[in-house]
Design a protein around this ligand. Structure first.
Ligand code: ADP
Ligand code: MG
Length: 390
């Protein structure tokens, strides 16, 4: 496998650096990937379906257990100050900066009744921060996988998904679902993770881009809109109202055919919010079916329809995301959509290999012509989930 060699080299380098820093070799190196959501946006909290995949960018952690309760944390990039803490004094809301992710996992393990000794940890991540690729979950999943093994806790991937969610929700204080860590912990090379957010069941679906002559481009618009938080809360509220009016537990229980009746029960805006969720769930199921029967070259129209639905019905796109998507489509992408929570962040464009440069150039030019910040454009490959690196 071409992807394992360089990642092993990077892990060995990290082990050397750990030893130079902390004075002894680590007990191992564990890595966990970031993720991209292929399709299924805002469906997670409606107990619906999502289809993310683990990417080849990952957080690597070299870890050595200690004999005391001290934790020492260091990152090779970003904020490079050494953080020291005690496993015996962890409480939600008391930890700042990136230390809240690894220490949140320690705290969640303790809440689960697992004793965690002190440890030294060196982090090296190539998941870009804040680009919507879940760099924070990559850290949490790498740490959870490491400590799960080193403490002999023996938690399953499903249990670690809930554990890292608990860390995010209760310790870090972010009201996130289970999509990101499910992709990071349960992803597999050449596959997308078809996740049912109601019962947490997972099915791996073949998603081999290069083999189909395609690349998946991520276009990070670098836009972070200030109303993102309020927009998210109001979309959640609209979904809850829609479900209540329609007499269902969650919008997951509404079929596309039921939408006809819905228009009479809901105000115009709530109806459009509901229509996005209901059709998006259906598009996830269709995408899974197309990937299983015809392959990735045929999912383009579903990606396009997903974007239109988010732009027009859910109203969470922005001019920069629309520009990225439209330009990519015009210059060769077979399908494109915004990905993530919306109001900024990244778009994805599924593009034939031979058109990659053309799409990159066209998007870069379009942003320059519009006087916008230069976007970051890179490819991602469906890759393996979290694991120890031998
Ligand atoms: P996302 O998860 O979408 O990338 P978040 O805001 O949830 O964005 O997480 C980003 C945070 O994760 C950063 O502010 C930082 O605290 C932490 N982080 C990510 N990568 C690293 C790294 N390599 N070193 C230190 N901290 C990191
Ligand atoms: Mg995050």
């Amino acid at each position: 496998m071409t992807s394992t060699a360089p990642s092993n080299a990077r892990a060995h380098e990290l082990a050397d650096r750990f030893e130079a820093t902390f004075g002894a070799a680590p007990h191992g190196v564990w890595a966990a990937p970031g993720r991209v959501n292929l399709i299924g946006e805002h469906t997670d909290y409606n107990e619906g379906f999502v289809l993310p995949f683990a990417i080849d960018n990952r957080a690597r952690t070299a870890v050595r257990l200690r004999d005391d309760s001290t934790v020492r944390l260091l990152s090779t990039s970003g904020d490079q100050r050494l953080v020291e803490a005690a496993t015996t004094a962890l409480a939600p809301g008391t930890v700042t900066r990136w230390a809240k992710y690894p220490l949140g996992v320690v705290w969640a393990l303790q809440q689960h009744g697992i004793e965690v000794p002190g440890f030294d940890l060196l982090l090296d991540s190539d998941v870009p921060l804040g680009a919507g690729l879940s760099s924070s979950h990559a850290i949490e999943c790498a740490v959870a996988t490491a400590l799960n093994e080193l403490t002999g806790a023996g938690l399953s991937a499903e249990e670690m998904v809930l554990l890292t969610q608990h860390a995010e929700n209760a310790f870090v204080g972010a009201p996130t679902g289970i999509m990101d860590q499910s992709a990071s912990l349960r992803g597999a090379t050449g596959h997308a993770v078809f996740l049912d957010c109601r019962d947490q069941s997972v099915e791996l679906v073949p998603f081999q881009t290069l083999e189909a002559g395609l690349v998946l481009l991520v276009i990070d618009t670098k836009v972070e809109h200030s109303h993102a938080d309020g927009g998210y809360a109001s979309r959640r509220a609209a979904c809850e109202l829609g479900a209540e009016r329609m007499g269902v537990k969650a919008l997951r229980d509404v079929a596309v055919a039921d939408l006809q009746n819905a228009s009479g029960l809901l105000d115009a805006t709530t109806f459009r919010r509901v229509r996005h969720i209901v059709t998006e769930n259906d598009r996830v199921l269709q995408t899974v079916d197309v990937l299983q029967t015809r392959g990735p070259a045929h999912i383009g129209p579903l990606l396009d329809a997903s974007h239109a639905s988010m732009r027009d019905d859910f109203e969470i796109s922005c001019p920069e995301l629309d520009l990225a998507v439209d330009t990519a489509r015009i210059h060769g992408a077979i399908g494109a959509r915004m990905t993530g929570g919306g109001f900024g962040g990244s778009a994805i464009a599924l593009t034939p290999v031979q058109d990659e440069q053309q799409v990159r150039d066209a998007v870069t030019r379009a942003f320059a012509d519009a006087g916008l910040t230069r976007p970051d454009i890179f490819t991602v490959t469906p890759s393996a989930g979290a694991a120890r690196i031998p």
